[in-house]
Design a protein around this ligand. Sequence first.
Ligand SMILES: Nc1nc2c(ncn2[C@@H]2O[C@H](COP(=O)(O)OP(=O)(O)OP(=O)(O)O)[C@@H](O)[C@H]2O)c(=O)[nH]1
Ligand SMILES: [Mg+2]
Length: 293
Amino acid sequence: MTRAGFIALAGRPNVGKSTLVNAIVGTKVAIVSDKPQTTRRAIRGVATHGDTQLVLVDLPGVQRPRDALTRRMQRRVELELSDADAVLMLLSGSEGIGPGDRWIASQLEQAGVPVVLAVNKIDRLKPGQIAERLIEAAALGVGDDIFPISARRGEGTDELIAHLRTLVPEGEMFFPPDESSDQRREVVLAELVREQVLRRTFEEVPHAVEVQVEEIDESREDLTTVRARVWVETESQKGILIGAGGSMIKKIGETARKELERELGTRVHLELSVRTRRGWRGDERLLDRLGIQ
Ligand SMILES: Nc1nc2c(ncn2[C@@H]2O[C@H](COP(=O)(O)OP(=O)(O)OP(=O)(O)O)[C@@H](O)[C@H]2O)c(=O)[nH]1
Ligand SMILES: [Mg+2]
């Protein structure tokens, strides 16, 4: 008999949820950045080993909604958390445990779903500090098991995965064993472009950017042409992204192209155009088209 189930990731923005999902799946299914609120969609990452399939549900960091975009993100978090077989709540060992974490813990307690805690980023801590963080994590009052881990370096993740495998019920697998994610290809490619934008922008710009892939042309076997729009909210953001003489968008395009080539396994010609669309984060129809639900 096989086992299969859904483990949803909960935690504040930037604690390392997407990094951990990638580490467990063993391939990059979610983009990662040092800016909070990187993840905007629920992403199912599939890890099948032997007779057990873990479906990790990467989610946006829990936050207070400000517009249609963040309202949708927060609603998605609540839906997915209540649907999961278990919730893996991630804490940041390096930033410490605070009121945001306590709020999430209280929500999970009310939802009545089994919770596992992991304290991430222990590579930044001395052994004594790790022990302190574990005690603080235990004081949250949710989850019987607490795992110290480094999602980036893979420390402690084997023990965590072994435990997660015991939490999913007997039943049919949800995905073919060789599949790693449920995301549409357009979205995967758009996210890889957005990841490069996030690496190079600061303050309000990362939050104001979304990428939409308009066309994937595979008529040539050895070369894929990808056309993508980069949405920003203001002319000044557009100026920042294009950069002096187009230098910024050129750099973004060069590194994004390499990521797309790795993903697609062909050479890639990437065409990026930057467009201003005032208030796109409040535009329900555009959010539908972008698959942010
Ligand atoms: N030192 C260290 N950094 C980490 C570790 N895990 C993640 N990070 C870094 O933490 C930052 C945030 O990682 P993400 O995986 O994007 O965090 P997230 O929780 O998915 O964030 P949101 O999608 O915004 O909610 C990135 O700069 C990661 O490289 C870790 O184990 N150690
Ligand atoms: Mg994330």
